[in-house]
Design a protein around this ligand. Sequence first.
Ligand SMILES: Nc1ncnc2c1ncn2[C@@H]1O[C@H](COP(=O)(O)OP(=O)(O)O)[C@@H](O)[C@H]1O
Ligand SMILES: [Mg+2]
Length: 287
Amino acid sequence: MMPCCWGVFRERQHSPGREFDDTEILKLVAKHLEATGYRVILKTPENLGGGDEPLPALVFLMCERTDALAFLETLKAKGIPHVNPLQAVLNTYRDRMIRLLVAAAVPIPESHIVPSDPSGLDQNVTLLGTYRFPAWVKRGDVHNTREGDVEFVRSPEELREAVAALHGRGIPRVVLQRHVAGDLIKFYGVGRPRRGDRSGVWFRWFYHRDQQLARHPFSEKALQTVAGRAARALGLEIYGGDAIVTSDGEIFLIDINAWPSFALYREEASHQIAQWLLRLLTDRTSR
Ligand SMILES: Nc1ncnc2c1ncn2[C@@H]1O[C@H](COP(=O)(O)OP(=O)(O)O)[C@@H](O)[C@H]1O
Ligand SMILES: [Mg+2]
């Protein structure tokens, strides 16, 4: 009998406005795997432990919360591979992501990870004041789940307000980040980039739609290199992110996420992801 795989949906609170797209991509990947004969069980992160199914040969996942990841960790301990790797998903938590990107020399806007506690804030505002406003205040842990998690601020007052609001919600750390002006680009990638070798990696980019586009010229190859380096730094195999291209063609990586919705490229991406998973599955059974 063909082995079974688990696919795990994203937590709904982590898909604001993207519930449909996030669900579709996972279902489509499952469909492609099933077409090659695999059995696929799709699960919500809340119901991971429920069933009495046999253990999966592989888990592919869009979930992000630590409780679901901790459950999957018990499967990983039994040698079951996960895509993305669980550690890579944890690495997308904002504070870890920033540290890893800096360590890997990925070009990101100047960023400071600071406590949200108001007592230390004046010092941090001074810190930020050294490179002028506007700036961004982002919650230090998970990505944007609701309004106020990622805020554009034009003054020290607005910055204080945004940080205080996050503090009031019990979020202990925030990222203060310099604003970079330019064209906003979204990118998608599938595969594991190796150093200096982009072959075998599927990559697409497009301009984010809601913006006044200047179409600053830039090197697409450089964009792919930056995105690939960021993915490698975090350990991601299925990823998407945001970058800014400045008026002089400089590329800044703003954000990288595990397994995005791939909305504009759903068909193409789902085949690429399924192929990536099949490769892992056949590598394992042929060992
Ligand atoms: N430093 C920055 N410079 C310019 N634009 C930014 C910056 N940080 C965030 N943005 C804008 O805000 C959006 C959301 O920020 P991001 O860090 O991607 O958080 P999330 O995806 O969790 O909402 C980005 O896609 C970009 O449009
Ligand atoms: Mg983003």
